[in-house]
Design a protein around this ligand. Structure first.
Ligand code: ADP
Ligand code: MG
Length: 524
């Protein structure tokens, strides 16, 4: 079997682009898909998300083309995000050869797309609706198309694009190479392959084989109400570089990301309710490392090119084995090792065993870090932070003040007081031993309704800061905050509710006058 990119008969110029992209060796799907694709065969490729399917078809496409005026290849993708991602990757692969790829999708000005199509494009990556639009307007010429790719075909099916897909295929000259890539192969997709493809070669990478070996998988038995404390303990002790956290519901996503932000973690969230631009922005931040924790629902994360993460945390247990494999496959890519942690409530234990069995994997039980371990880890972080400050001389402007203070207090007192101001009380949340019933930490809270929301560009942290400052209550006493577009809900201890209302009602926040009152219905 082929092992290295240069063994595929790829030209030096494309090899150079691949090495510029940091690709060292082909992924499993690339190893089996590139050879038949290079031979010009029709191809059906199946592998999980994040396994490098784009380059599997992208490399042969670029290899076979040259800079021209009329597109010779077209790739159909289900969403605008994917169209942009795929186009970006193809442009990188084609960089050396000067091959130009443009994405066309709904939402962007059709005029602008028309302009770029007219200037001359080699590869078009588009969403079905918009491609049909351009075909109707005759702004997209398909007569020179030699290669067609249906990417993420199962998602196109889910999104109702089957008819559009067929329609586009009928517009493309029959003498062509057709490739279809998908994470799963429902019958409808098989039948498209049969009908519109010419004796396609099937290549497939088995999901379980791929992930199991590289990823350390453990589970923790945690009660629902202890999950957030368990999560922060793990985040503190494991010190992950990039973490993806999965929750079942959109509300859980808001809840978990909000609480993490409030506790000072750099966390972001994506789910179906967010606008496209918000999701793009979030992904951008995650890729750049502005946030190192992303909390997501399965649906929102599907198909997205999320960078290789060090930790996947299943805050809610996945519904089924496929979803488990899909989620944990976001770590341990390209031969790196990854860690997958799953929270399991006592009631879900049997469900976990079922997942373990059908996914043919081993998920071992582990113990959550103890309070002492968490404290130690946090102290380590603090020390590292201080050391950094000192070696970088960032603290120099405070030296005169420190000297003044030292004249009156001991260095220990001054340093400890400074630490206390910065870090507050470093209490590690309790987690009850399994077996004992316990009240939810939310008891004694009431929910307030505030007339400010995401659209006002306000963040959870801003609300916490304002309430804590205006009502003069410690930030840690503020409960969940749920941000919506034009309003938000804030939980505060019942005995402090009136104080918060009178302190906040009618004040200005982010340039807007805010009203606050008791929320109508109570949660839970
Ligand atoms: P899929 O389409 O299977 O979901 P992608 O094509 O989006 O996966 O690839 C996932 C990520 O892996 C991308 O960031 C891509 O650049 C990267 N990647 C692809 N092939 C390789 C490779 N051979 N070596 C390293 N990274 C790769
Ligand atoms: Mg893909």
């Amino acid at each position: 079997m082929y092992k290295k990119f240069y063994e595929f008969g790829i030209s030096d110029i494309v090899l150079k682009s691949l090495s510029d992209m940091g690709f060292e060796e082909p992924t499993p799907i690339q190893k089996i898909a590139i050879p038949p694709a290079m031979e010009g065969k029709d191809l059906v490729g199946q592998a999980q998300t994040g396994t490098g399917k784009t380059a599997a078809f992208g490399i042969p496409i670029v290899e076979k083309g040259k800079r021209g005026k009329i597109p010779y290849a077209i790739v159909l993708t289900p969403t605008r995000e994917l169209a942009m991602q795929v186009a970006q990757e193809l442009n990188k692969i084609g960089q050396g050869k000067g091959i130009l790829c443009v994405p066309i999708y709904g939402g962007q000005s059709i005029e602008r797309q028309f302009q770029s199509l007219r200037k001359g494009v080699d590869i078009v990556v588009g969403t079905p609706g918009r491609v049909i639009d351009h075909i109707k307007r005759k702004t997209l010429i398909l007569k020179e198309i030699k290669i067609v790719v249906l990417d993420e075909a199962d998602e196109m099916l889910n999104m109702g694009f089957i008819e559009d897909m067929k329609r586009i295929l009928k517009e493309i000259p029959e003498k062509r190479q057709t490739m279809l890539f998908s994470a799963t192969m429902p019958p409808e997709i098989r039948s498209i392959a049969m009908k519109y493809m010419n004796n396609p070669e099937n290549v497939r990478v088995n999901a379980t084989e791929m992930v199991v070996s590289k990823i350390k998988q453990v589970f923790y038995e945690v009660r629902e109400e202890d999950k957030i404390n368990a999560l922060t303990r793990l985040l503190d002790v494991e010190d992950p570089s990039l973490t993806l956290i999965f929750c079942h519901t959109k509300r859980d996503v808001d809840d978990v990301s909000g609480r993490l932000q409030k506790m000072g973690y750099y966390a972001g969230a994506i789910h179906g309710d967010f606008t496209q631009s918000h999701r793009d922005e979030m992904m951008g931040k995650f890729k750049k490392g502005d946030i190192d924790i992303l909390v997501a629902t399965d649906v929102a994360s599907r198909g997205l090119d999320i960078p290789d993460v060090s930790h996947v945390i299943n805050y809610s247990i996945p519904q089924d084995p496929d979803s488990y494999i899909h989620r944990i496959g976001r770590t341990g890519r390209a031969g790196k090792s990854g860690i997958a942690l799953t929270f399991v409530t006592p009631r879900e234990y049997r469900h976990l065993k079922l997942i373990e069995k059908s996914a043919k994997t081993k998920i071992s039980k582990a113990k959550l870090p103890t309070k002492d371990e968490v404290k130690k880890a946090r102290e380590g972080e603090m020390i590292a932070g201080l050391e950094h400050e000192i070696t970088e001389k960032k603290h120099a402007k405070y030296l005169p003040l420190a000297e003044k203070l030292f004249a009156r207090y001991s260095p220990e007192d001054v340093a400890a007081a400074a630490l206390s101001i910065i870090f507050g009380d470093m209490e590690v949340g309790d987690i009850k031993e399994s077996g004992t019933a316990q009240p939810s930490p939310d008891t004694g809270f009431v929910r307030l309704f505030m007339t400010i929301g995401r659209k006002d560009k306000i963040k959870v942290a801003d609300i916490v800061k304002s309430i804590s400052a205006e009502a003069d209550i410690p930030a840690r006493k503020i409960g969940n905050i749920a941000l919506f577009d034009t309003f938000s809900f804030v939980e505060v201890p019942a005995n402090l509710a009136d104080r918060v209302i009178s302190a906040i009602n009618d004040i200005m926040m982010h340039g807007r006058r805010v009203r606050i009152q008791h929320a109508k219905e109570k949660r839970k």
